[in-house]
Design a protein around this ligand. Structure first.
Ligand code: RIB
Ligand code: CA
Length: 314
């Protein structure tokens, strides 16, 4: 029996997902009870393979990996291969992990693990919310067993990254987001705007990647295409959305400012589809369902990322 916090991560690896997972793997106070894999950044075949490969690289084949939904609930959506590479890990042609994913579907694994760790489970969503929505449709009591739920997604003042108004994870499956937002009375939201307020100078990232560990070399390889694209497209800082969300997960005390507000998602098919609409003035009378991250301790964040790359063997 452990006193560690049971941590279940739903993810669509993805370059920034990989950094978040590296941060989580070495947390001394968290026990990763599973990785449930979504389609999103790239197709499910690749996101599953990437999760298995990352576990192998860091020697964590003890972490179960569960494949989930291979598409959004209702409407098709574009992937983010242009950001992460066609395979989601920078198209390096890595040798696939020998391990296969577990046979259990991600949605069923989420429910089973919620019972196994009822009242203590720390659930983190780093990709589209399709798997969590499916779990909720199977068992609407899921939220009663989750101690803390952190979501990377949204753009709280509509500064999107996949459309002018929407952030990728939400835009990929907004119907899943509505199911999830309606089901959880309270969740924590690390959005895209918080991400771009907590970027890293490319020079710092390159220094961290040169630390000489096997994981740093692997991450240098899989992130190179993404960092080049980011430098050309977004300038002298690099942004890792899932890593910021994971910093908040692992070290909640690093959050310097949060605000609680009602948040809902636009399911229309116009320019606002996938927008996370925040009722900043509480005009609609709905309860505050989201705790929104506004500021995180940047120095602490950077220290966690640097340490995650420096951990393990050379
Ligand atoms: O908008 C950023 C999010 O979309 C991150 O989770 C990234 O991995 C992509 O899934
Ligand atoms: Ca992601």
């Amino acid at each position: 029996m452990t006193n560690k916090i049971p941590l279940l991560i739903d993810t669509d690896p993805g370059v920034d997902d990989a950094l978040a997972l590296l941060m989580a793997f070495d947390s001394p106070v968290h026990d990763i009870v599973g990785l449930t894999i979504a389609a999103g950044n790239v197709g499910l075949r690749h996101t599953v393979a990437n999760a298995l490969k990352l576990c192998e690289v860091v020697g964590r084949d003890d972490v179960p990996v569960f494949a989930g939904a291979d598409a959004p609930l209702l409407h098709a959506a574009p992937d983010a291969a242009y950001v992460h590479g066609q395979d989601g890990f920078g198209d390096t042609g890595y040798v696939p992990a020998t391990r296969q994913a577990d046979a259990e579907h991600a949605a069923l694994a989420i429910l089973r693990l919620s019972h196994a760790h009822a009242g203590k489970l720390l659930l983190v969503a780093l990709g589209p919310l399709t798997n969590i929505a499916l779990a909720l449709k199977l068992d609407p009591t899921l939220p009663t067993r989750v101690a803390r739920f952190v979501v990377m997604g949204g753009a709280v003042t509509a500064h999107g990254n996949i459309t002018p108004a929407a952030e990728f994870n939400v835009y990929f499956d907004p119907e899943a987001v509505k199911i999830v937002f309606d089901a959880f009375p309270r969740f924590e939201l690390a959005d895209w705007e918080a991400t771009i307020a907590h970027g890293f100078p490319h020079a710092s990232v390159e220094a961290w990647l040169g630390v000489g560990t096997a994981r740093a070399r692997f991450y240098d390889d899989i992130s190179r295409q993404n960092r080049t694209w980011s430098s050309n497209r977004r300038g002298d800082h690099w942004f890792a959305a899932d890593a910021l969300a994971m910093a908040w997960v692992l070290a909640p005390g690093g959050a310097l400012e949060t605000v609680d507000r009602p948040v809902e998602v636009d399911l229309g098919h116009g320019p606002g589809r996938g927008a996370t609409v925040v009722d900043w003035n509480r005009q609609a009378g709905r309860p505050d369902n989201a705790r929104i991250l506004m500021r995180y301790d940047q120095q602490r964040f950077e220290g966690m990322v640097e340490a995650a790359l420096a951990a393990g063997i050379g």
